[in-house]
Design a binder for this molecule. Structure first.
Ligand SMILES: [Mg+2]
Length: 256
């Protein structure tokens, strides 16, 4: 019989609308879930995004088991736990200074060469996220409509991705959001993070359940499914909430 002692979630469009705060309904459900099992949130985004979307909207620590919450920004190359009433970074596997310098130089040179270095942007184009260098064609804070209009076919982004990858054979260059390209160490995806989580917690992958909105073959949650972890696919956060309303009583009964 399968047992579930940890439930892991993608963040964007699984727990909260894209780049937006979590709804109080989801916050309440997560709090109930934390009474029963360990919970992980894993995303390609950085900790500031976790804070704005999820952490700042959770119930206070006195009323819920925040000590059971595991946060894995940038696909688990960073790990945060709630200790002594604070969110503490337990580790961060950052790129070396040499890797960062080469990544920044390559993406800037190729973007300029391909005519993809925009003059008018919403914030900086390049961002050092420690374990990841991110290129955002229109800047981090660009409005969704502008982002969608920039490269509807994905061709610009893919051309840039390929050119930069050729310059950086020892690193991994991926398409991120609609206008972004991410550079990390090789082999960093959510499957990497889930394996790290199993090591850190001692909970076997077989006892984990993963919930995400992009478990399709081209999605950023797919590597978790390919790893063999039990998964549940959702369309959006409301779908996740409906699923949790069913799952929480089942898990509660299983622990009785
Ligand atoms: Mg998602």
């Amino acid at each position: 019989m399968t047992r579930t002692t940890l439930v892991a979630f993608d963040l964007d469009d699984t727990l909260a609308p894209s780049k937006s705060p979590m709804d109080p309904r989801m916050s309440r459900l997560l709090s109930e879930l934390l009474d029963i099992v360990e919970v992980c949130i894993i995303s390609g985004g950085q900790f500031s995004q976790f804070k704005m979307q999820a952490i700042d909207n959770l119930p206070d620590s006195s009323s819920s088991h925040l000590d059971r919450l595991h946060l894995m920004p940038t696909c688990g190359t960073q790990y945060y736990r709630f200790e002594d009433s604070l969110w503490k970074q337990i580790y961060a596997e950052n790129l070396t200074e040499d890797e960062k310098a080469r990544a920044l130089a390559a993406v800037e040179a190729r973007a300029k060469e391909l005519g993809l270095w925009e003059d008018e942007t919403w914030g900086p184009i390049l961002e050092d996220r420690g374990s990841q260098i991110t290129f955002s064609a229109l800047g981090q804070a660009a409005p969704v409509a502008a982002k969608q209009a920039w490269d509807p076919s994905g061709e610009k982004k893919n051309t840039l991705r390929e050119a930069v990858q050729a310059d950086l054979p020892d690193l991994e260059v991926r398409s991120g959001g609609s206008t972004s390209v991410d550079i990390t160490r090789q082999g960093i995806d959510k499957a990497y993070g889930m394996k790290k989580l199993a090591e850190l917690t001692g909970i076997p992958l077989d006892d984990m359940l993963f919930v995400g909105d992009r478990l399709d073959e081209n999605g950023n949650d797919y590597p978790v499914k390919a790893l063999g972890v039990r998964t549940h696919a959702v369309d959006d956060w409301e779908d996740t909430a409906a699923y949790l309303e069913k799952l929480i009583p089942e898990l509660r009964n299983a622990t009785l």
